[in-house]
Design a binder for this molecule. Sequence first.
Ligand code: NAP
Length: 489
Amino acid sequence: MSTITSSQEQKVIDQVPKQLFIAGEWRDAAEGTLSVEDPATGEALCDVADASVDDARGALDAAVEAGPEWAKHPPRERAEILRRAFDAIIARTDELALVMTLEMGKPIAESKAEITYGAEFLRWFSEQAVRIDGRYAVAPNGQGRLLTMKQPVGPCLLITPWNFPLAMGTRKVGPAIAAGCTMVVKPAQQTPLSMLMLAKILEEAGLPGGVLNLVTASSSSRTMAPLIEDPRLRKLSFTGSTEVGRRLMGQASQNLLRLSMELGGNAPFIVFEDADIDAAVEGALIAKMRNVGEACTAANRFHVAEGAAEQFASRMAEKLGSLRVGRGTEDGVQVGPLIDQAQREKVSELVEDAVDRGAHALVGGHSRDGAGYFYDPTVLSDVPDDARLLREEIFGPVAPVKGFASEEEAVAAANDTEYGLVAYVYTRDLKRALRVVEGLETGMVGLNQGMVSNAAAPFGGIKQSGFGREGGPEGIEEYLETKYVAVNV
Ligand code: NAP
């Protein structure tokens, strides 16, 4: 790969639609525009529409209007639209990856990996669309028949975060389309461009007007609250922070909305003394550095058996210290910037807090001077129990390493958090692996691997990481209601 020129960058940005997409039409917003910035330079990339409350209501009106027809649309045709969109995304990977890198900062290779992962939700759910079925049973007393059928939930509001600008959207849009739901989509204001491209691709793939309506807005709370309170809305699927998730759940309770909440994490990465340390370091690198650590699945803390902790920490320091940090469009760059100044300040504060309490930075520990929101990959050893970064989601390239003396201590430490999204375990002892996996309070576990994301698997958490599952056969159930018919025979 060679470094991308500024004219190539401008060309892809020019191709992104910048308006609202409502009822199959691209329209300007009543309130004007909002600016999208490149986090590697801090400079503006372009402006997109800034929806008003009326625009957002118009998007819900369109979803409601399109609902009954779309629910009756043949599943095979819904599947084929998704499949065409999948093919188009894959064919346009280079262009989409560049857009994603410009708006979010991750290196081009990582953006391409997200395009593949994100597109896969459309292919997976195109295959699920034709497999929605029900049950037929004889009543236990033999007197009647019990029939169940699955029907689309109805109009949905899908709210997505900035860290995976495409995949967090396709993970919701794919099953919603497959199930026969219509929707209003609201991407994060920092990274709306990938989702705008997705809307265009779905339009070109033949998605009827009004099925997917996309609203970009600078004031999410003001524009989304009237939709969440509108009795015509039937479901809210949210991916983002636990704090905002709680707030939205409160609002949604008035309307008794079906909910999916994909929230924050604080993933433990446990390495036992019998583990293959080389494999554990490789897995740790992925679990920590994918997306510059800005992933809900990012390993937030490393619990390593006392006998192996020093070796593990120094190997991690060597690996993280050798990564090339820079603008994601530059050749050979492995670590991009954080999303914004606020995120970088939060990471700095957490590292300073740990160091003030006695932790040692084996590598990194600093922000980079100059343009963009760069932070050096960091490994901390001797991290005390009261360090804030063991409890809070870091969302940055910082790896705190702590030793443990026993399996019980490791599991107790791993579970000592309000979050419960994912945990990683490295061991070669099968009995121990199963014992530990069963004892972990998380929705997902990576066993001897540093990544769990897969369109064919149910992604989701427990505790304060939320509820609901995205992907896998479970993913479409979030968009279906079960109707039971008592048949008198
Ligand atoms: P966030 O601040 O909670 O925002 C997420 C989305 O919600 C954005 O589109 C945001 O819009 C919108 N939003 C914020 N306040 C709102 C309100 N009052 N009403 C309606 N919408 C509102 O989260 P983030 O900083 O974008 O993303 C990082 C967080 O997401 C982390 O905690 C991470 O762990 C979590 N995450 C979880 C998963 C998972 O699957 N469990 C996956 C990825 C990320 P604006 O852009 O306008 O603020």
